[in-house]
Write a protein of this length. Structure first.
Length: 221
């Protein structure tokens, strides 16, 4: 999952970026509203974390422009503004949730998972295709009735990218985009290495290779 963090406070931004990286997200961090809109126009994200008090273009303006251009990316507002009217306006403008600073990073991660669940149209917190199941809260996966195994951050990020749309084939670069943020070095065989690790933990049939195209988890087990 790739997340765009829009936050101008260096300390809060750094803390959130670290928490997201620990939570297996690929994170790109932007410090002002105008750059955020330009980035969102050319790069696809799974979720946006948006501060409201930003230099130049305000967070609410960013949200307005984004929804006016028909961009439906899941978006969570993170702000110190605690006025109820501001909160209502944010939600009515198309934010999916609202988190008041200061917050616990564990709550931020839980709310992000809840937004993904709602967007995915599923009430269950566990992703499954009928064969393998993956719990985004614990990063544990299991195959059929086999034992639960704990995945590394990047193994989790890769399997989650495939599990949100069983049957969809993702290319190497599409997988890399969901695992690595800007400035993170990607080794040439990183995807194969992670898939090798996942197959070792969960069995060789967990991920299917479509020769010359990419990888998938099967639809319906
Ligand atoms: Ca701010």
């Amino acid at each position: 999952m790739r997340v765009l963090l829009v936050e101008d406070d260096p300390m809060i931004g750094e803390a959130i970026r670290e928490a997201l990286k620990d939570g297996s997200y690929a994170v790109d961090w932007i410090r002002n509203g105008q750059t955020a809109l330009e980035t969102l126009a050319c790069q696809e994200y799974d979720l946006v974390l948006l501060d409201l008090g930003l230099p130049g273009k305000d967070g609410m303006d960013v949200l307005n422009s984004l929804r006016a251009s028909n961009n439906r990316v899941p978006l969570l507002i993170i702000t110190a503004r605690d006025g109820v009217e501001e909160r209502i306006r944010g939600l009515d403008t198309g934010a999916d949730d609202y988190l008041l600073k200061p917050f616990h990073m564990a709550e931020l991660l839980a709310r992000m998972r809840a937004v993904f669940r709602r967007k995915g149209g599923t009430a269950s917190p566990v992703l499954t295709n009928g064969a393998v199941s993956l719990d985004p809260a614990t990063h544990e996966a299991k195959m059929h009735e086999g034992p639960s195994v704990r995945l590394s951050n990047r193994e989790f990020a890769l399997l989650q990218a495939l599990m949100v749309r069983p049957g969809a084939i993702l290319s190497r670069s599409e997988l890399e985009e969901r695992i690595y943020g800007w400035g993170e070095e990607v080794e040439s065989n990183a995807v194969e290495f992670l898939i090798h690790g996942l197959r070792k933990k969960l069995g060789s049939e967990v991920i299917k290779n479509v020769r010359g195209v990419g990888w998938m988890v099967s639809k319906g087990g």
